[in-house]
Each structure stands twice: as C-alpha cells, then as structure tokens.
Design a protein around this ligand. Structure first.
Ligand SMILES: Nc1nc2c(c(=O)[nH]1)N[C@H]1C(S)=C(S)[C@@H](COP(=O)(O)O)O[C@H]1N2
Ligand SMILES: [Mo]
Length: 548
C-alpha cells in the first residue's frame, strides 16, 4: 500500500514561495503609487537609508554606483543613478520578503497547527508592515494622501502577503511530495501546486507592474499659475576686463554652452523629488527677527524685484571631466530685499534654510547682505522650476558647489549660531567653495581645416571657476610645453567659459591635457584629488588616435 508522505518543506520551497509572493507585493506597491500616489515602500527604503546610514557608507555606495555607470558607460550619471537607486530598493524589499518567508517556513517546520501558522505568517506580515509604516512616516515628503490611509495601505499589503504565505504553506505541507499511485487522479503534488501558484503570482506581477509603468506620469506636473515665455538664447557678456572673444566658435563636439533644460544634471537625496503644491505653499521666515514673514509664491514673484542670472552650477561629486555640471538661466529675487524687511535682531547672524526633503543648510547673513546676486530663485530657463529642480523655490549662493544651495525650500529661520548642514554632517566640505576645473570635451577630427599648408585640428571644451571667472586656459599635447588656448566670452560672470585650441596636426596617438587659471590669478590645482570632501582636483586629458 502506498503512503502519502507529508515531509516538511525544503529551504528551497521557502525561498521559492517567498519569491512568488513578494514579486506581486512589489508590483502592487508600484501600482498603488502610480495610480493613487500611495507610498512606494521600495524607494522609501532607499531614501530612509540615504538619510540614516553614516556619511562614509553613503559616499562609498554613491562612488560604487558612479564607477558602475562610468565603467559600463551606462549613460548620464544622474539619470542612471536614480534608476539604480530604484532597482536597489526593489531588490532589497524582494530579498527581505524571500528570506523572511524561508525563515518562517523553517520555523514552522512542517507543523499543520493552524494557529501557529497564522501567528508566524500574519505576524511577520504585520511586523514588516509596521516597520514599513514607521520608515515611510519618518520621511519628510509632502503627500496628498491622508497619513492614516497610507498606513492602512502599507499594513494591508503586508498582511495580504503574510496571509498568502500562510495559505500556501498550509496547502503545500499537506500535499504529497510525489504523486502516489493510489492518490486520487485530482490530487496535486507539490510541484504542480507551485507551478499553479507561480502562474497566478506571475500574472499579478506582470499586470500590476506593467500597469504601473503605463500609469507613471512622464513629466511632473507643476502647480503654478504663472508660466512666462522662455527668454531668448543668451548673448555672451562683453566687458573691458573680459578676456574672451564673443565671436569665437566652439570646436565641434564641445558641449552646449547653455544646457538644454532637460539635460541639466540633477542630484538630490531622494529617489523621487518632493511634490509641492505651489498654490498652498508658503515660505515662513522666522527666528531672531522683529518682523517674521510668511510669503506666498505669488508675493515673492510680484512684490520683489526679479533678477536674471546665467549660472553654471556643479555638484561637489563631479569627477574631473564628469557630467554633473550645467548652465542655465536662473530668475529670482535678491534675498537681501526680503532680509531687510525682517528687522533682524543683533544676535541674528545666520540663516537656517530647510527643505521639503529634510535637507538643510546654514548661510552667513553677511553674504546675501553684501551680494545681491544671492537670489531666491523660482524660474529656470524662463519657466517655473521643474519639480526635480526644486519647485517652487531654491537659492543661488555664488562660488559654492550645489550641496550648499537647497532646492524645495520650505522655511527659513534667522539664528545666532552656524551649524553643519546636511552634507557637512555627512563628512563633506564645510565651505564647499568651487575649485577651478577645465575639461577637454573634443578633439574634433570632423572639424579639421588647412591654413598655409598646415592642417589644424580644433580641440576644445570648458573651464569653470564660478564667480572668480577664467582668465587663461592652456593645452599641452603629449606633455609638450603648455600653449595658450582661445577663450569665448562667457555667457555671464558666473558661467563656464568655452575654450578652443587649434592644434597643428601630426599623425599618431596623442594625449591632450588642459589647465586653467581663475580670475584671481590662481592656477587650478594639478595634483589629483578625489571628490570627497572638498571637490575633485587634477588635470583632465583626452587621448585621440589621429591618422594622416
Ligand atoms: N533640498 C535639497 N536641495 C538640494 C539637494 C538635495 O538633495 N535636497 N542637493 C544639492 C546638491 S548636492 C546639488 S549638486 C544641487 C543640484 O541641483 P539640481 O539637481 O537642480 O541640478 O542641489 C542641491 N540642493
Ligand atoms: Mo551635489
């Protein structure tokens, strides 16, 4: 007589079931986020880790990500990094779900005691759900969905996941390991059962995931009633002490002098940028002041003078020759005009700036009081800031890397003491003053020309020293003596400059190196230094094989 065997489940069965039930969990989170703006726990996990883990761990992670992107040439650093972050979040939650399921199955050890099964499976769902709720609610992001509803959604999905774990466990444990001769023809064995479950959860995952991809909005919506026309393409500035030539043409292959808005780099601490409603947003300015203010976006736009600046901004994480640097037109109002209305008390010396994503920075009040180019900015390239670039309000502080310049500003407070800002607390530069840099963008073999019997190859790129400006760029080919390059007049007193050097051609493999001198006659630092903590230094070079 055949006996139906009920052995306890293998570890593999636990891992497999874990994968089968966690995949649709992820898909449902994605679907809820896309359709109803419900929380996306996988990326919340990443954003929470980014804020919680020690600065050097985060930096090591970012470095690893950057080396993957550069090493495998995956594309734009900022765009690919955000994709990797998302993938990492899904992978983490997936791994957690799989391992938890395997562990629970192991603990249950073949038991068919219903109560015990419920305790373990629903219990682990509830536990993960509560942790997820705490992580989600600890993040500062504004949401249009009621927090209670968000918590219920998270708990419900995790409880459903735990319940599925329990049902599958119960049925699977009762089934025979191999179909016996005498068992009825309808009876499944474990393998068949798992195949059916797999089919069902795969369908759910593909449907949920696919639908959420379809429903994810391509361009963020911006809540603003003032959409101004984009400004005309800027002309280079021409001034007495400007060493550049406004008519100089960039060598073919040089990056655009004015970055198209959709190509401007983006760096921040969140997988998805905070979504702020510009119609209800206000800017409270409080602290050591006689006259606190609370300004609407419309008041900032209408009641204060507007100022346009073309600004090159760089991330302190930009490697020599990297792509985390861009130029666009910023429009906003000098911070000074607002500060003057506050009746700041004598002890008030610094401005604490807080942002919607939990980012913060401190600014010495002497800086905006002495420099009206410190602006609170609401337009980029003649349009309200894109969500990812800080809608509704960000600040420009000359001469500093991006890490000192908060986006999505939600509050400002006058204080008597300087404190470390978000990235400074995580081990980055206290001052974050831009370091002079220069880059060879192109050795333009498609721009070769002849003059007086000599062939020339245009070589070109950018040089940048923020408001210090660039007075000189030099090129060295194959370690020959440095030759002065031509400069194009820059778009502004704080934009990069385009340089060009027409090199007398000779066949072979050549290395082109570039260096720059800033407006204070300080040459760029030539020795190599990584980005952390003060920003990268070193000479950029580009090699080219040139045939006769
Ligand atoms: N609120 C907030 N502001 C922020 C950041 C951030 O993560 N949160 N990142 C800073 C950094 S490191 C840089 S380089 C710039 C980038 O601005 P962008 O993404 O608009 O180019 O924003 C700065 N302002
Ligand atoms: Mo940055």
């Amino acid at each position: 007589m055949d006996r139906i065997e009920h052995r306890r489940l293998s570890v593999w069965a636990g891992l497999l079931v874990g994968a089968l039930i966690t995949a649709p969990l992820l898909a449902l989170f994605a679907l809820g986020a896309a359709l109803l703006r419900f929380p996306l726990i996988p990326t919340d996990l990443v954003d929470w880790m980014a804020r919680t883990l020690p600065g050097n761990v985060i930096t090591a992670g970012i470095d690893f990500m950057k080396s993957l992107i550069v090493g495998f040439q995956l594309g734009r650093t900022d765009v690919v990094a955000k994709l990797i972050e998302q993938a990492f979040g899904y992978a983490m939650l997936f791994g957690l779900g799989v391992i938890t399921t395997a562990a629970v199955y192991r603990l249950l050890n073949g038991s068919l005691d219903r109560q015990r099964i419920n305790l373990y499976t629903l219990g682990s769902g509830a536990l993960l759900g509560v942790i997820a709720v705490l992580i989600h609610l600890s993040l500062p992001f504004p949401s249009t969905v009621d927090p209670l509803l968000r918590a219920i959604w998270i708990i419900a999905l995790f409880l459903g996941w735990g319940a599925a774990m329990g049902w599958i466990y119960y049925d699977l444990t009762r089934l025979p390991v191999v179909k016996s001769e005498t068992a009825s023809a309808q009876q499944l064995d474990r393998r068949e059962f798992l195949v059916r479950i797999g089919g069902a959860t795969a369908t759910l995952t593909v449907l949920g995931g696919g639908l959420s991809l379809l429903m994810t909005p391509r361009e963020e919506s911006v809540d603003s009633d003032t959409i101004s026309a984009p400004p005309p393409t800027p002309e280079p500035i021409v001034s007495i002490d400007n060493p550049g030539d406004p008519t100089l043409e960039a060598a073919p292959g040089t990056r655009p002098e004015y970055t198209p808005l959709d190509q401007h780099y983006r760096i921040d601490i969140s997988t998805f940028p905070p979504n702020i409603d510009g119609t209800t947003w206000t800017l409270p300015i409080t602290g050591l002041v006689g006259n606190a203010l609370n300004l609407t976006l419309k008041e900032i736009r209408d009641n204060y003078p507007a100022r346009d600046l073309i600004i090159t901004m760089s991330c302190i994480s930009n490697e020599i020759g990297g792509d985390l640097i861009s130029t666009t037109r910023w429009t906003g109002t000098p911070l000074k005009g607002i500060l003057e209305q506050l009746a700041i008390q004598p002890e008030g010396r610094f401005l604490k700036i807080t942002a919607a994503d939990g980012f913060d920075e401190y600014l010495d009040l002497a800086i905006p009081m002495n420099d009206e180019s410190v602006i609170l900015c609401y337009d980029w390239d003649g349009q309200p800031l894109k969500q990812k670039h800080g809608f509704p309000l960000r600040i420009h502080i000359p001469n500093l890397y991006g890490m000192k310049q908060p986006k999505w500003i939600t509050a400002m407070e006058v204080v008597d003491e300087w404190r470390e800002g978000y990235w400074v607390r995580r081990g980055w530069s206290r001052d974050a003053v831009v370091r002079t840099t220069s880059v060879v963008d192109t050795v333009a073999t498609n721009g070769v020309y002849e003059r007086d019997g000599q062939t020339f190859v245009p070589v070109g790129g950018i040089a940048y020293a923020a408001v210090r400006g660039i007075v000189r760029v030099e090129v060295s080919v194959n370690n020959e003596p440095w030759q002065e390059a031509q400069l194009r007049a820059p778009l502004s007193d704080r934009s990069w400059v385009i340089w060009r050097y027409d090199w007398p051609f000779s066949a072979g493999r050549h290395t082109f190196r570039v260096r720059a001198v800033d407006g204070t006659n300080d040459p760029q630092i030539e020795s190599r230094e990584g980005v952390r903590p003060d920003g990268a230094t070193g000479i950029h070079e580009r090699a080219a094989n040139l045939e006769a």
